[in-house]
Design a binder for this molecule. Structure first.
Ligand code: FMN
Length: 354
């Protein structure tokens, strides 16, 4: 299992298992002199944390981060920044009945086929718990990008199952558990989720992430394309089944006269491209959209097999997210921040200035 590092110059290495003593990240390549506190990171972790509303898993993880190295007197030193999050809720009995079986849609089957063992404590490295270190590392990238370019990276949920959530205002996003950018839709979302929970089922979602204040010039024309790096990072997030940049799949039905963003003396007239042309940022907002699948751990019984290949029925009890998309927004923001910071350092290394 060797692919645990993301990035070239800003490198995030993720470690730990969902029910081991701790999880964390080692963040290498952060320039010295960045003001960084535990609170900067904790703020982002608290946005991802489980148990914060009745619409997410009721697992209680404090997700308190400790900075073990790389920061002295409130500033980064240039040394690796080691971030530790101790696991406090290790109730593995939620997973006990799953040990010999495979949840349809989950990683159980492929994990077992690959490694020939199962982690009895809840998914091991395939658990979305390992997205907490990503969020912690992303908080550093967000802070550096804001200090360098005034970059702001924000996300929101634009669809929950059949309910399309229009964008009204960024101000609405932190005021509801769904990250909806229109608070007036929240009662409909709550009613939908309450009925879903009663059914013992789960649902998919769509998340938008936007980076404003990204300088032009990040990315390269072939293998280091910014859009390719973003798609790679986002597809590395559990349960993501699709990534779109700008108009994405809508581009299929568009004409060139509509899709190509006109360039005027005072800037671009539109942003169908999502801020990236030829793999390089244009200076416009970077717009990324994610399709997130419904949670595989549901109470509804479904056919599967056990490790002996015999037919069985699987039902997942215990505490699971009925819509993993609800908690995905801060993680997607973190991933975008990590990619942008890495690309910004690469741009600086090659071209020296903007
Ligand atoms: C924030 C977040 C929370 C998640 N919570 C759960 C959960 O409670 N139960 C579950 O079965 N899957 C959950 N997932 C999804 C699984 O981790 C994921 O579907 C599984 O590892 C299989 O990988 P894949 O969906 O990428 O193929 C969550 C994903 C995210 C991003």
């Amino acid at each position: 299992m060797s692919a645990n590092t993301l990035g070239s110059l800003f490198r995030v290495t993720n470690f730990g298992e969902s029910h081991g003593p701790a999880i964390g990240a080692v963040v290498d390549g952060c320039p010295p002199g960045l003001e960084l506190s535990v609170e900067d990171i904790q703020l982002e972790l608290d946005r991802r944390r489980p148990g914060t509303s009745r619409h997410v898993t009721q697992r209680q993880e404090a997700d308190q981060v400790e900075i073990l190295s790389g920061v002295y007197e409130g500033k980064t030193t240039g040394a690796p920044i080691a971030l530790l999050i101790r696991n406090t809720d290790q109730r593995s009995k939620d997973y006990g009945n799953l040990l010999d079986t495979f949840r349809p849609g989950h990683a159980d089957y492929t994990y077992w086929r690959k490694y020939q063992h199962r982690d009895p404590r809840g998914g091991g490295r395939s658990s979305a718990r390992l997205t907490a270190p990503t969020v912690a590392a992303g908080a550093i990238a967000k802070k550096w990008l804001a200090a360098e370019f005034n970059t702001v990276i924000r996300g929101y949920m634009s669809q929950l199952g059949p309910i399309v959530i229009p964008f009204k205002s960024w101000d609405d996003v932190p005021n509801n558990p769904f990250y909806a950018a229109d608070e007036s839709v929240v009662p409909e979302l709550e009613a939908f989720m309450d009925a879903l929970r009663k059914d013992g089922d789960s649902i998919g979602a769509r998340i938008e992430v936007v980076a404003e204040g990204v300088p032009a010039g990040l990315g390269e024309p072939i293998y280091g394309r910014l859009d390719a790096d973003i798609a790679y990072a986002m597809m590395g997030l559990n349960a993501v089944k699709g990534v779109e940049i700008g108009d994405g799949f809508e581009s299929v039905s568009q004409r060139g006269s509509e899709h190509g963003d006109a360039i005027l003396p005072d800037g671009f007239a539109s942003n169908h491209a999502g801020g990236i042309l030829g793999g390089i940022s244009s200076g416009q907002d970077i717009r990324v959209s994610l399709a997130i699948k419904p949670t595989s751990s549901i109470r509804i019984k479904r056919p599967s097999i056990n490790q002996q290949g015999e037919a069985i029925e699987v039902q997942t009890l215990g505490r699971h997210d009925p819509c993993v998309g609800i908690r995905a927004t801060p993680i997607a923001e973190a991933l975008l921040a990590i990619v942008l910071m890495d690309q910004a350092l690469r741009q600086r290394a090659q071209c020296g200035q903007w």
